[in-house]
Design a protein around this ligand. Structure first.
Ligand code: PGA
Length: 244
C-alpha cells in the first residue's frame, strides 16, 4: 500500500462564502489516483460551518488555522477549541509563522496550544521554520531545534511537523530537495531521540505548487505538504491531488 500523504490546504484569510462553496464542490469531484491521500482543508473561522456542511459524506477533512490555549474565558476576539471541535475540525495548525509574526506568538504560547489540541484529542500540525538570515548564516538547524524543543511535547505515539522556511512562504522560492531532506532527517532524529515520539509525519510548506511537489515527494520523501496560495486554485489542486 502506498504511504499515506497529508495534503493540507491553508486558505489563510481568503475566499468569501460563494468562492469557498465553489472551490469545495470542485474539490469533492477530484478523484485522487492515490487513495492514501488525506485531503485536509483549513478555512478561516467564519467559513468553518459552511465548509463543514459541504464536505459531509465526502472524503475531505476539516482543519482550523489556529485555536486558543484555553477552552473559554475573557479572551476577546479569540476562538475556543471547544467550538472548533464541535464544528467538525480534526486537525489544527499551530505556530504558523504568520501567527508568530503578526500575533507575536512565542514557542511557549504555541506549546500551550499544542497541549490543548492534544488534550481535546485533535491533531496539531506544528509549524517550524527558519528565517532567510538563519539560512544564510547556516544557523537554521539550531533555530529548528529550539522551536522543536519548546513546541513539541514528549512521549506521544506520533506528531505532525510542518517545515515551512519563512523565506519560502508566498515567495515562490523553495529550498533544494536535498535541503528539505536534510531538515526532514534532522527533525525525525531529534524528535525520536529527545522527545520519545515514535512516528513523525513530516510536511513541507512554502510556495508548494503542482510544478515542484512531485520532485519534493520523490527526492525529499516528505509525508505531505502544507499549501497556501496554490490551495486556492482548483487547477493546481487538481494536479496536486492526482500526482502520479
Ligand atoms: P504558500 O503558503 O504555499 O502560499 O507559500 C504556505 C503556508 O503559509 O502555509
Amino acid at each position: 500500500m502506498a504511504q499515506v500523504k497529508l495534503i493540507v490546504s491553508n486558505w489563510k484569510m481568503n475566499l468569501n462564502f460563494v468562492q469557498a462553496k465553489v472551490l469545495v464542490e470542485k474539490l469533492k469531484k477530484i478523484k485522487s489516483k492515490d487513495s492514501s491521500i488525506i485531503n485536509i482543508i483549513c478555512p478561516q473561522f467564519l467559513l468553518l460551518p459552511l465548509v463543514s456542511n459541504l464536505i459531509k459524506e465526502s472524503k475531505l477533512i476539516l482543519g482550523a488555522q489556529d485555536c486558543h490555549y484555553y477552552t473559554h474565558g475573557a479572551f476577546t476576539g479569540d476562538t475556543s477549541i471547544e467550538l472548533i471541535k464541535k464544528i467538525g475540525c480534526k486537525y489544527i495548525i499551530a505556530g504558523h509563522s504568520e501567527r508568530r509574526q503578526y500575533h507575536f506568538e512565542t514557542d511557549k504560547i504555541i506549546r500551550q496550544k499544542v497541549d490543548m489540541i492534544l488534550f481535546e484529542r485533535l491533531k496539531p500540525i506544528i509549524c517550524v521554520g527558519e528565517s532567510a538570515n538563519d539560512r544564510k548564516n547556516k544557523n537554521y538547524l539550531n533555530i529548528l531545534k529550539q522551536q522543536l524543543k519548546q513546541c513539541v511535547p514528549s512521549d506521544l505515539d506520533e506528531i505532525i511537523i510542518a517545515y515551512e522556511p519563512v523565506w519560502s512562504i508566498g515567495s515562490g522560492l523553495i529550498p533544494k530537495v536535498e535541503e528539505i531532506k536534510e531538515v526532514k532527517d534532522f527533525i525525525n532524529k531529534f524528535i525520536k531521540n529527545s522527545k520519545n515520539i515514535e512516528k513523525v509525519t513530516f510536511l513541507y510548506g512554502g510556495s508548494v505548487s503542482s510544478q515542484n511537489l512531485g520532485e519534493i515527494f520523490k527526492y525529499s520523501q516528505v509525508d505531505g505538504a502544507l499549501i497556501g496560495g496554490s490551495s486556492l486554485k482548483i487547477e493546481e489542486m487538481n494536479k496536486i491531488l492526482t500526482l502520479g
